[in-house]
Design a protein around this ligand. Structure first.
Ligand code: S3P
Length: 448
């Protein structure tokens, strides 16, 4: 898994015009949830299109350690023999979630209301990330957690033997925290309520309903009120994982900035809790056609035609859009560097606690490539240099962050000089076919 192996330097040079079809892999968020909800159901869940990125493989291994049977039948085709709500057994060894915040936080929630103890760890990136945001609400169920200073991994979680249902208003806009509380609520009696002021990705809610849980969402003055009735028997499902809009963002943004490009990206999610980047790009003047709208795997999707867009303009990204594009700010910052004028991203301090401090990583990397950046705790501002205008010629430090690595490799495709990244190895966590897919479209990405 990433961070345990050798660093892999990579270099991206000026790209030919991109053409062809970019078929990106399955959605990471939905893939984690398909395995976890499958493990909570009674019987066999069948999954197609599962993302076989390292993050998801680590979650599959964890589900086995808690007693589910997880089997791979072919590329993306997996099955999970679930143990039922409350049926987890105590793992015999430490659970290593690698690079994945989603994996560790959702799994902590899932085991939190079962009387077992588990110890979690991860790579150097995950061991820096705050877990208190999950263990604080889990404590309300009666769960105890013992971690390092600042609520860091490694951490031992002792599940509640006699859990209470919980009412919890999220202090941060986080789908991981929301999902951890809902997953813990599955094995608590009565109704667990989660309130979110700003809507975050809603895959857990959609999938829990699909697996047969009683869950309602009401929109009121305080935001979304999500009510889950505990101790359901979850029914196994057939899950067709749609493609990942966060992965699609890389070929889409590359086509916008590489002169002469014209590509198609099929099956991109139009889920309103995930499509903020696409709204933003259109507002900037991106030439994207949304064709053939339909449902796939329970998600609204469209096929995208994306063309080189020579008149991109910097904009102020509305801060309330942040949850619906939280993983896309790094690649948006790259597009911003090739737009005219300033792109202002406010209300983005959550970026500081992702796989890396993404405000800092993008600011330092873009500066190394010749861009002018302004930042504060909660803001990133990129001064655009117009089409083909970024000088390049620098090396970006990726800090074990797949999205930082991919963003700078895309930047190198349109910059005046090559751009290097110190370590592209984390790309396998979410988009293992990135290099081949991008080079197949016309990119010139190579190992350094
Ligand atoms: C995710 C939620 C988001 C996102 C992450 C995936 C999920 O994290 O950044 O990549 O699948 O629930 P936060 O909940 O920390 O915002």
């Amino acid at each position: 898994m990433s961070g345990h192996g050798e660093a892999q330097p990579m270099i991206s040079g000026r790209s030919a015009p991109l053409s062809g079809v970019a078929e990106v892999p399955g959605d990471k968020s939905i893939s984690h949830r398909a395995l976890i909800f499958g493990a909570m159901a009674v019987g066999e869940t069948r999954i197609t299109g599962l993302l076989e990125g390292q993050d998801v493989l680590d979650t599959a291994k964890a589900m086995q350690a808690f007693g589910a049977t997880v089997t791979r039948h072919g590329l993306g085709a997996w099955s999970v023999q679930g143990v039922g709500v409350g049926g987890f057994r105590e793992p015999a060894d430490v659970i290593d979630c690698g690079n994945s915040g989603t994996g560790v936080r959702l799994i902590m929630g899932t085991m939190a209301t079962t009387p077992i103890t588990a110890t979690f760890t991860g790579d150097a990136s995950l061991r820096k990330r705050p877990m208190g945001r999950v263990t604080d609400p889990l404590a309300l169920f009666g769960t105890r957690a013992y971690g390092r200073q600042g609520g860091r991994l490694p951490m031992t979680v002792v599940g509640a033997a006699d859990p209470m249902p919980v009412r919890y208003a999220l202090p941060v806009a986080s789908a991981q925290v929301k999902s951890a509380v809902l997953l813990a609520g599955l094995n608590a009696p009565g109704q667990t309520v989660v309130i979110e002021k700003e809507p975050t990705r809603d895959h857990s809610e959609r999938m829990l309903i699909g697996f047969g849980a009683e869950l309602t969402v009401e929109k009121g003055a305080e935001g979304h009120v999500i009510t889950l009735t505990g101790r359901p028997e979850l029914r196994p499902q057939t899950v067709a994982v749609p493609r990942d809009p966060s992965s699609a963002a890389f070929p889409v943004c590359a086509a916008l900035i590489v002169e002469g490009s014209d590509i198609r990206v099929p099956g991109v999610s139009q889920n309103l809790t995930r499509n903020g980047l696409y709204l933003t790009l259109v507002e900037m003047g991106a030439r994207i056609d949304f064709e053939n709208p339909r449902e796939e795997g329970g998600e609204p999707v469209a096929d995208l035609r994306v063309r080189f867009s020579p008149s991109l303009k910097g904009i102020e990204v509305p801060p309330d859009r942040a949850p619906s594009m939280i993983d896309e700010y790094p690649i948006l910052s790259v597009v911003a560097a090739f737009a005219e004028g300033r792109t202002v991203m406010r209300g983005v301090k959550e970026l500081r606690v992702k796989e890396s401090d993404r405000i800092d990583a993008m600011a330092r990397g873009l500066e190394a490539c010749g861009a002018r950046i302004e930042e504060d705790e909660d803001t990133l501002i990129v001064h655009g240099m117009g089409p083909g205008g970024l000088p390049g010629g620098g090396t970006a430090q990726t800090h074990l962050d797949h999205r930082i690595a991919m963003s700078f490799l895309v930047a190198g495709m349109a910059a005046k000089a090559e751009i290097a990244v110190d370590d592209g190895s984390p790309i396998v966590t979410s988009f293992p076919i990135f290099e081949g897919l991008m080079n197949g479209l016309g990119a010139a990405i190579r190992r350094g």
